[in-house]
Design a protein around this ligand. Structure first.
Ligand code: G6P
Ligand code: MG
Length: 220
């Protein structure tokens, strides 16, 4: 059976979503805005530039192009200080063994992330070589919920969109997977990821055999 597995990075493979939040919270304070965890959900899966634009919009602030670039650079520098301290312990529970099991069964595996830091983070925690292809913020132009990142990944894996399964922790990412015609699996809360086909708390709760029986083609 043909099956392609596509994984988001932040909040799915590594516990970095909290670091993005902390770094954006600090950036928002600079324009007098308090970023809440609830609003932060709208930033998950969203590119660096789009995220800053959203924050400035919420804050009702306008900044010069120079200031914009400076704020984005500072946010990333802040974020990377957290990333520097990460180890393989920061890989989320169950995801590495899930990927290894899928690979042992011959299923191709891709990363589909909006992050420009994705390759560096994967190398940092020692799982870069697990992926057959890596599609990240350096290789795509259209941000989630546009399906581009996932359709490019599916093409690289040589698997039809309808045979692809996407694992995502963000609203934008679930929407992107659905827009791509792929099966969307949410990691997180059912109350937030309302558009996902299925939602799990973490990978330890997901059986590969369940995923194998759920691709969209087997349901039609
Ligand atoms: C992921 C994260 C977002 C982040 C984006 C860009 O989608 O969920 O929080 O803003 O990547 O990441 P980057 O590392 O390029 O700033
Ligand atoms: Mg994510």
């Amino acid at each position: 059976k043909n099956l392609g597995l596509i994984f988001d990075l932040d909040g799915v493979i590594v516990d970095t979503a909290k670091f993005h939040f902390l770094a954006w919270k600090k950036a928002a304070e600079e324009v007098g805005f308090e970023l809440t965890e609830e609003l932060n959900e709208k930033l998950k899966g969203v590119s660096r530039v789009d995220s800053l634009n959203k924050i400035l919009g919420w804050a009702g602030a306008t900044v010069s192009p120079e200031k914009f670039d400076e704020m984005a650079a500072n946010k990333n520098a802040d974020y990377l200080t957290y990333v520097d301290k990460m180890t393989s312990e920061d890989i989320l529970p169950g995801v590495e063994s899930f990927i290894r099991e899928a690979k042992a069964k011959g299923y191709p595996v891709a990363l589909g992330s909006a992050s420009k830091n994705a390759p560096g983070i994967l190398k940092h925690v020692g799982i870069y070589d697990l992926f057959d292809t890596i599609v990240d913020g350096n290789s795509v132009t259209k941000a989630k919920p546009d399906p581009e990142v996932f359709t490019v990944a599916a093409k690289a894996l040589n698997v039809a969109a309808t045979d692809c399964v996407v694992f995502e922790d963000s609203e934008a990412g679930i929407e992107a997977a659905n827009n791509a015609g792929m099966l969307s699996i949410g990691l997180g809360s059912k109350d937030i990821l309302t558009e996902a086909a299925y939602v799990f708390g973490e990978f330890t709760e997901i059986e590969l055999s369940f995923i194998e029986t759920q691709t969209t083609t087997t349901n039609t």
